[in-house]
Design a protein around this ligand. Structure first.
Ligand code: DQA
Length: 142
């Protein structure tokens, strides 16, 4: 089992970025917990502020035969037709995640450009959304 955890812009600051919205757990702590809990899963992690780099990683995951992608596209969620098209162009399932409940925030966060192409969406459970995304992917494989 190979799963790519893919984070978009500003998510390298998890732990210190707006802790009242995103919590105090760092991505490194989250990844260590995932590796410990799912020892039979091989995790790969990539973060970029650059939209095109995220798209390249989606194609890489597809071509390298990954079993799934947990994607937090950050603000590109709300703007990126290019990410939508990339997710539509690949076979590997993508689970969209957001730490915050985007539907209880500003109106511009209520719409996701990418949800329609994703296997499903998980939001609002803080850092646990990454684990829930992994569970969703594992559940699809049973
Ligand atoms: C986010 C929600 C987005 O609206 C925001 O731009 C982010 C983080 C989340 O995880 O809650 O950068 O994707």
């Amino acid at each position: 089992m190979k799963i790519l955890i893919l984070n978009g812009p500003n998510l390298q600051r998890l732990g210190t970025r707006e802790p009242s919205v995103y919590g105090t757990t760092t991505m490194q702590e989250c990844l260590a917990a995932l590796a410990a809990q799912y020892s039979d899963v091989e995790f790969d992690y990539y973060q970029s502020h650059v939209e095109g780099h995220l798209i390249e990683q989606l194609y890489r995951a597809d071509e390298a035969g990954f079993d799934g992608v947990v994607l937090n596209a950050g603000a590109y969620t709300h703007t990126s037709i290019a990410l939508l098209d990339a997710i539509r162009a690949i076979a590997v399932p993508v689970v969209e995640v957001h730490l915050s409940n985007v539907h209880s925030r500003e109106p511009f966060r209520h719409h996701s450009m990418i949800s329609a192409a994703c296997a499903g969406v998980i939001c609002g459970f803080g850092i646990d959304v990454y684990r829930l995304g992994v569970e969703a992917l594992l559940g699809r494989m049973k």
